[in-house]
Write a protein that binds this ligand. Sequence first.
Ligand SMILES: *Cc1c(COP(=O)(O)O)cnc(C)c1O
Length: 474
Amino acid sequence: MHKKLLQQVYSSSDFNTNGHALIDQLTAHLEDKLNGKSPNAIHWNDPEDELQFWKDFLYHGNSKNLFQEINKRTTHIHHPNYLGHQVSPPAPITALTGLLSSLLNNGTAVYEMGMSSNAIERIIIEAICNKIGFNNNAGGFLTSGGTLANLTALLSARKAITKKDIWNDGNQNQLGIMVSDEAHYCVDRAARIMGLGDQGIIKVPVTKDFAMDIHVLEAKYQEAQESGIEVFAIIGSAPSTATGIFDNLECISEFAQEHNIWFHVDGAHGGAGIYSEKYKHTLKGIAQADSVVIDGHKMMMMPALTTALLFKDEKNAKATFSQKADYLLTDSEHEDWYNSGKRTFECTKNMMAIHWFTLLKLYGEEVFDANVTLLYDLGSLFADLIEAEPNFELALRPMSNIVCFRYVNPNFNFEEQNNLNIKIRHNLLEDGEFYIVQTKLKNVHFLRVTVMNPFSTEEHFKALIHKIKAYVMR
Ligand SMILES: *Cc1c(COP(=O)(O)O)cnc(C)c1O
């Protein structure tokens, strides 16, 4: 009986039938969404209703409808009215490489369990390092997400910079990192996982333009030193998530060099700008970083999770999880590159390198320039439209495809103003034609748009603004 059931599970002809049906379904989905033919970016359900639906479905639903129902009940990232979180609408070919990775399931940590993916990953890493402007000593690997990559980079930093061998002896000193108030919450989380605690997370305030205030770096550093904190790293955001504003990487790098601490660039979102002729200036100074994170699933049209962690000096990548204190001295430079699990947090990981490689092979590096440049241009266009509206206000002029703005009623006080924008966003969510998000900046509630779809146009933006106005006028 067991054997029979398993034969059914592994039936290649079922795979073929279901596979063709799914491809047809997803093709129709793409045709429907990409040009905005279907009216909604999201069909919003309350969490409790959604839970009930799936409980019922497990027992009473028709399995023929399973994939269709899952699709229907998701946020449609390929819709041009999807203007929400920073997840890319994957290039359809990378859904196919995702399928390939899932079926072949070569774990990649050791060469024997991922011959092609280890070799391909190495080629990808070299290409990205080149583009950043690193020299031949550079290296790195792909890993599961910006969050994990930031943690891994900080572990490498700690290993490379601190005086004590913490990996083996545990942590005795109070260590610290410096990071902007506006950095992604995962940096804070990484620091806490590493045992730095509140006092080890030295928050650098931002300027009125929401970039790290480089003028207070020295004072913050001295203050930390005087309280006995050994600062070992500083993190620049490129850009920070809420506002899309880039820290001044050049200045931060000079500061890091002066104090002999690690300079990490969190370019999860905007690191892909290295490919944009027009916007690579946003990353000036990135070549001086000790480590850089770039998410393929944000600005590079790949499925989640596909993240590159790059090191100016490959030796540091190899040392992170090594027991031996003398690792740096004994290991020859390129030894063992094909067993990537020695360097990654993960043991098993998926074959994410093949998404990257396939895009490069089929469309060339220009495809990343095309995507980043167009999306940043669209961010700027959206900001122009907001500026032209008398009752709308930008939080600040965008530097990328992230735009924070709000509706302003001159008769409202601070509280009422915030509440109005909260209501606008909630109304948009329930309505579902558009999907946008929100953020609080210095206690002011803003609506937040991230243009992730290269097929979003001025018409879509105007329709969103019109919708907000219609709601407010009701
Ligand atoms: C998205 C983001 C992260 C987190 O990356 P994940 O891939 O979602 O884990 C970290 N930092 C910044 C600046 C980001 O935009």
